[in-house]
Design a protein around this ligand. Structure first.
Ligand code: C2G
Length: 129
């Protein structure tokens, strides 16, 4: 089974490692779409701390990640899934229900997020210390 997942993975943390590990356990190959700097600017109104090249490099370095590619548009998800011949799409449950439309071409699984950790919370801690 080929598993695909998507994310920004800015300043990678335990939550990212855990979801990637759990996604990999669902199949034999894990493919990760790392969202581009431009897409983040659009999505979140700011550029990530780490550049897309750095984030792709870091995600690829994680155990169990077999391939990374740049996610340039949220609208291209169907094309990405087909292009990478993914059998399973995995996302954290903050996206619950949002990708159900792709269940005609792959299995869609939402995994529980790791509580109390996010890139935003790390930025806040750094700012206030
Ligand atoms: N995640 C998690 N636990 C956390 C934080 C994040 O399990 N404490 C998961 C998210 O649910 C997501 C993945 O880690 O599945 C990547 O999270 P982000 O980098 O925040 O990615 P996001 O901005 O949600 O981008 O096309 C979809 C987007 O590209 C997803």
């Amino acid at each position: 089974m080929r598993v695909i997942t998507f994310g920004t993975f800015d300043m990678p943390h335990i939550g990212h490692v855990k979801i990637l590990n759990r996604a990999r356990e669902l199949g034999e190959r894990l493919i990760v779409g790392v969202s581009s700097d431009a897409l983040n600017l659009l999505k979140k109104g700011r550029k990530p701390i780490y550049s897309q090249q750095e984030r792709m490099f870091l995600v690829h370095a994680f155990k169990g990640v077999d391939e990374v590619f740049l996610e340039e548009s949220l609208e291209l998800k169907r094309e990405y899934i087909l292009q990478h011949q993914a059998d399973i799409l995995v996302m954290g449950d903050d996206w619950q229900g949002k990708f159900d439309e792709f269940s005609d071409i792959c299995q869609v699984i939402y995994l529980p997020r790791t509580p109390s950790i996010s890139t935003t919370s790390v930025i806040e801690v750094v700012k206030t210390n």
